[in-house]
Design a binder for this molecule. Structure first.
Ligand code: PMP
Length: 399
């Protein structure tokens, strides 16, 4: 007997499994619609111009010591402006705590740990469906999860009535995870009016909204517009927290730059919460890697570079939207009997296509097109070159 005889392989991560299958396929015209990272119209990953500019500026000043408090605070402050609004009272009164996190995943994990530490008996309500890792994150910190209804498979849109029912029926004072924009995997977001109703009901129920902001800018092309849901909750005076990721909207997946921020009553509470968050992160990874933080801080704090970034976010979102239009038109031109309106109604990086497991399987086996078994298409993988092939294949498996 050896020490690890009882260790069996972990369940495969559904998204990594798609990438592995894609990489193993030698077919020259294979398409990867699995991974949720931006690709240009050539299907290539993009290094944004704003990142290049920021890198040039930090090259001279960069030192490879541990992350300084000043640099961390700058990242947190600039990121907080993006979600809470530059001119908000929260920013003016500095009523927030926050620390750099290892991208969106790390920010969610930090919050889960924080929740467990100060509300040890609490649960987390997750939308059904949601990014599968949410469940794993809260499971690993021993916070039980529940789901609230979100998506309506028949209409391929928001199941607003059911959502409101589930929010109402949850015990008062529950934690809820919300995607403020570009919901993953469905591409379905509530309207502003619906957000207002959700916010009012949260107020009545005294629920805690935790926003996972992984795709700010990808829904509308405008990062301010995409913060609208958060602003609505702010106006209503909620206590909230935000996990932010710069993996997608700055194309910095590999650098793992994110922020967790928590709104506070005042500066004193902010100091207490900051120190607790720091203590939690110390035992998990010490301090975060410095290079990505330097890049993001530079982009957000240099007005010229920030302007470039905002334009580039718009370009990415516009390309994805264009692919939605072209894919839908191509399917309609083929005379598809299926209603494909949802392709253009949904927003952000993903299209929750409605393709079933068998159809997804056929796309993979017969057409070398890869996506998660739930039929989620990463629109970033669609290009002017492959869209007709994709439409034909979808038509073949659904007609
Ligand atoms: N939240 C959601 C909703 C996501 O889709 C993702 C990435 N797929 C993340 C968080 C985590 O992103 P990352 O850790 O790469 O920043």
């Amino acid at each position: 007997r050896s020490w690890w005889d009882h260790v069996t392989p972990a369940l495969k991560d559904p998204i990594n499994a798609v990438t592995q299958a894609f990489l193993a396929d030698p077919c020259p015209y294979k398409i990867n619609l699995g991974v949720g990272a931006y690709r240009d119209d050539e299907g290539k990953p993009v290094v944004l111009q704003c990142v290049r500019e920021a890198e040039a500026k930090i090259a001279a000043s960069n030192f490879l010591e541990s992350t300084s408090t000043a640099l961390s605070s700058k990242l947190v402050e600039e990121s907080a402006k993006l979600v809470y609004g530059e001119d908000s009272d929260v920013m003016k009164e500095r009523r927030f705590a926050g620390i750099p996190a290892l991208s969106g995943t790390g920010a969610c994990r930090l919050f889960a740990e924080f929740q467990k530490r100060f509300y040890p008996e609490s649960r987390i309500y997750l939308p059904d469906p949601t990014w599968p890792n949410h469940r794993n994150i809260w499971r690993d910190v021993h916070v039980p999860d529940r789901t609230f209804r979100y998506y309506h498979p028949d209409s391929k849109s928001l199941n607003f009535m059911a959502l409101m029912d589930d929010v109402k029926n949850a015990p008062d004072g529950s934690f809820f995870l919300l995607h403020p924009c570009a919901h993953n995997p469905t591409g379905v977001d509530p309207t502003d009016e619906q957000w207002r109703e959700i916010s009012s009901l949260f107020k009545v129920k005294n629920h805690f909204p935790f926003f996972d902001v992984a795709y700010q800018g990808f829904a509308s092309g405008d990062v301010e517009r995409d913060a609208k849901a958060i602003r609505i909750f702010l106006e209503d005076g909620h206590s909230i927290a935000c996990a932010q990721s710069f993996a997608k909207n700055m194309g910095l997946y590999g650098h793992r730059v994110g922020v967790l921020s928590v709104l506070c009553n005042d500066k004193i509470q902010a100091m207490a919460i900051n120190s607790q968050l720091q203590q939690i992160s110390r035992t998990m990874y010490g301090s975060p890697p410095i290079h990505g933080i330097s890049i993001v801080s530079k982009i957000l704090s240099d007005p010229d570079i920030k302007a470039i970034w905002l334009k580039e976010v718009k370009v990415m979102a516009t390309r994805i939207h264009r692919m939605r239009v072209i894919l839908r038109e191509a399917l309609e031109r083929l005379g598809s009997p299926v209603n494909w309106q949802h392709i253009t109604n949904q927003v952000g990086m993903f299209c929750f296509s409605g393709l079933n497991r068998a159809e997804v399987y056929l796309l993979e086996k017969e057409f070398h097109i890869y996506m998660t078994p739930d039929g989620r298409i990463s629109m970033a993988g669609v290009t002017t070159k492959n869209v007709d092939y994709l439409a034909n294949a979808i038509h073949e498996v659904t007609a």
